[in-house]
Write a protein that binds this ligand. Structure first.
Ligand code: ZN
Length: 293
């Protein structure tokens, strides 16, 4: 079965041809910060038509940054590409004669990990993305939930409270998981101890070299992350948590302690422990996940 997965990001849109869930071809078209919408849809139509001429493409899915109305099939708002209320599934679907579906990039990546990557042997998979922010997505039986307009409950997992009256979060509230378990949070942990602003990667490197302040900064990140994951597991009961994003690249440094902490604290963790692992698919997860929609 041939499907096309399109991954719209801030710099470019990747168009992937996926055969039986495996990416076999990919090309890019630039988007830039303020792309002309009609020209973009036309560029997609041309690329898709060229693929349709060679392969029996059955469906098209789109992974997009920004706020997505999955039911209506539209991009409500994207801060990266500055589009509002674009009914992309209809505008593209009418031109190519195929049904088009859309979901946000975090959901598409989680779907790909759940079905084909680190979560493939589990039926309840929660993906947590640790990067500039903290994102989450729950996949049950290889499916996204039915979706509501604009946002689903699991879109907000980065904004559960882990510290009453704690640090100010990007969302305007205080004490969110994102304010303690994102890359900027680790930078802040270290700066509060030393006055020095380093990247998350540099802090992990220094912790590995046994610098005490870096070790303390990483430990604080890990402890708050454990608290956040415990609340997530107590509510959603996934069988596995898949960590993705930039902070997961250093997961080997904190994974054993994190697993132990979560399964000590979570309700029933001694009899029904939750598995925690890292994402397996790379940059192609968006395209492959879109093709699964
Ligand atoms: Zn928040």
């Amino acid at each position: 079965m041939y499907a096309i997965g399109i991954d719209i990001g801030g710099m470019s849109a990747k168009i992937g041809l996926v055969k039986d869930n495996i990416l076999i071809y990919e090309e890019r078209i630039p988007t830039g910060s303020d792309p002309d919408y009609d020209a973009f849809v036309e560029a997609l139509r041309q690329r898709i038509a060229a693929l349709q001429a060679k392969y029996p493409v059955e469906k098209v899915g789109i992974s997009s940054c920004g706020l997505i109305d999955r039911q209506k099939g539209s991009i409500v708002y994207s801060n990266n590409i500055r589009w509002t209320n674009k009914h992309l599934t209809e505008d593209l679907g009418n031109r190519i004669g195929l049904n088009v579906r859309i979901a946000n990039d975090a959901k598409c990546a989680a779907l790909a990990e759940a079905v084909l990557g680190a979560g493939k042997s589990f039926s309840r998979v929660c993906m947590i993305t640790l990067g500039t922010g903290v994102g989450g997505c729950m996949i049950r039986n290889g499916q996204l939930g039915e979706g509501s307009r604009y946002a689903d409950a699991d879109d907000m997992l980065g904004h559960i409270t882990v510290e009453h009256n704690g640090r100010l979060c990007t969302c305007g509230r205080r004490g969110c998981l994102e304010a303690y378990a994102s890359a900027p949070a680790l930078t802040r942990n270290y700066a509060e101890l030393t006055g020095e602003e380093l990247s998350a990667k540099e802090i992990f490197d220094r912790a590995r070299a046994r610098e005490p302040q870096a070790g303390a900064a990483v430990a604080s990140f890990r402890e708050y992350l454990a608290d956040g994951l415990v609340s997530i597991v107590n509510v959603l009961r996934p069988e596995v948590i898949v960590l993705g994003g930039g902070m997961a690249a250093a997961a080997a440094d904190y994974m054993d302690d994190l697993r132990r902490a979560v399964n000590t604290l979570v309700f029933g963790g001694d009899v029904l422990p939750v598995e925690i692992t890292t994402a397996e698919l790379g940059n192609e997860a968006g395209m492959v996940g879109a093709a699964l929609l």
